[in-house]
Design a protein around this ligand. Structure first.
Ligand SMILES: Cc1ncc(COP(=O)(O)O)c(C=O)c1O
Length: 438
């Protein structure tokens, strides 16, 4: 099919009409490189979509998937399960902070978030605190596109059209992006821990006893990589404890090595009550997510007659055997190849490369933590997002790289096992593009 002529595929989060004028189509990948339909090799600066930290088509994961699909392709997931799902649950909870020893499988980050919110509400109700129904998110938060995640999320374009259908009883903390005070911070910004006090303010407004949960990304991803101010997450934890509110870390991006540790929680030394994951769980090879919960939460549901279902929630594909096999192989590779240490070892180089753009005329901020980074460009007057889109397209066509832009913010998610020289080359190419665009 010539997608430029008529493209029946309505693409997600895509400017479809613009795309269709000159489609960017990938048909293969290996390691750190994509292959476009015309055979051109393109360097992937985004590890898929924050997903594929080990590189594309890792032979061990490919082999595990091939084997599993020929052994047990699918298995009913309600009242019966499969060996791979059991093994993966054990493996993933084994990496989690102490006291988190159960996980619920989903198929995506959005499903993980909505599952986590439902678990939070169910937990309070099971303990006789059914009045705790309010959910608190944060401006600039991205928690996927389902109704729960969209409601607690704080990215305006994702909410605008659906505003009448958002969940009631949701409130938001202010975001922590403060370019005026924190521009060009390396790692965690110094200013802004006091913004955690917004939660105290909301507890005064709604009464803390009515709030079920607070959900935040430990490092904001999709809104343009915003690391938390020093001390911010610790303070959120304290306030949640003081009011009996569950703290949910949405680690769909952060979990499994992106921050050089199994979880953002372990990197920051702040343990939430629930952790949502997806992406790196299977290296992006098969869609899958997992929601990890503290033991008290799981235990609270385990009451009533033992033959009755405790949580009326689940997906046809929860714990899908092929996805779980991909997950197990992914965990094996992380361990065998020392991926998280490797990622940690790349952080300084990545930070230096990003911050080498500090002096560029278009650039108004550079932010990074772990292997998450962004370069924020000034928007063209009256045309927000246009410069970012042009950079994305020029990178693709002129420099043969896939670079992700969210409006005028360029986002980077290098492979956890990146070759430092390849990474450096990608930033040399990026500079050529930034120099060339107006
Ligand atoms: C923090 C966070 N939560 C949830 C999601 C939604 O995940 P999915 O696109 O798999 O539904 C994303 C996706 O990028 C994310 O970054």
């Amino acid at each position: 099919m010539n997608a430029a002529v008529e493209n029946p595929y309505w693409m997600p989060f895509t400017a479809n009409r613009d795309f269709n004028k000159k489609p960017r189509v990938i048909s293969g990948a290996s390691g750190h490189w994509y292959t476009a339909q015309d055979g051109t090799k393109l360097y992937d600066t985004f590890s898929g979509l924050w997903t594929t930290g080990l590189g594309h088509c890792h032979p061990k994961i490919v082999e595990a998937v091939q084997k599993q699909v020929a052994t047990l392709d699918y298995c009913i997931t309600f009242q019966v399960t499969n060996d791979k799902a059991l093994a993966l649950a054990e493996r993933v909870t084994g990496m989690a902070p102490d006291g988190i020893s159960h996980c619920f499988f989903t198929n995506s980050g959005s499903e993980s978030v909505d599952t986590a919110l439902k678990i939070a509400l169910g937990y309070h109700r099971a303990r006789g605190e059914g009045n705790r129904t309010r959910l608190i998110g944060r401006e600039k938060g991205y928690h996927g596109v389902n109704f729960g995640g969209m409601s607690v999320g704080g990215m305006v374009p994702n909410r605008k059209v659906f505003s009448a259908a958002l969940l009631p009883g949701v409130d938001h903390l202010r975001h922590t992006l403060d370019i005026e005070r924190n521009a060009f911070s390396r790692g965690l910004p110094e200013h802004g821990a006091e913004l955690a006090e917004d939660l105290e303010r909301l507890c005064l407004l709604h009464d803390g006893s009515n709030i079920a949960a607070v959900i935040v990304e430990p490092v904001v991803g999709s809104a343009g990589v915003v690391p938390p101010p020093v001390g911010y997450l610790e303070r959120l934890r304290e306030i949640c404890d003081a009011h009996g509110i569950l703290l949910i870390f949405d680690e769909v991006i952060a979990a499994f090595g992106r921050l050089g540790e199994p979880f953002g929680a372990t990197r920051f030394g702040v343990t939430p009550d629930i952790i949502t994951t997806a992406k790196g769980l299977t290296n992006g090879v098969i869609p899958m997510g997992a929601v990890l919960v503290k033991d008290e939460i799981y235990d609270a549901f385990m009451n009533g007659p033992a033959h009755m279902i405790e949580l009326f929630h689940g997906y046809t594909y929860s714990g899908h055997p092929v996805a779980a096999a991909a997950g197990l192989a992914t965990m094996d590779v992380y361990e065998e190849e020392g991926t998280f240490e490797q990622a940690r070892g790349l952080e300084q180089h990545f930070e230096d490369l990003l911050h080498s753009f500090t002096d560029h005329d278009h650039v108004i901020d550079v932010r990074n933590f772990g292997l998450m980074g962004s370069i924020e460009m000034a928007s063209r007057p009256g045309a927000p997002g246009q410069r970012g889109m042009e950079v994305h397209k020029r990178c693709f066509w002129d420099e043969h790289m896939v670079v992700r832009n969210g409006m005028d913010i360029l986002q980077f998610s290098p492979f956890l096992n990146s070759d430092p020289d390849e990474m450096e080359q990608s930033f040399v190419k990026l500079r050529r593009v930034l120099d060339a665009v107006e």
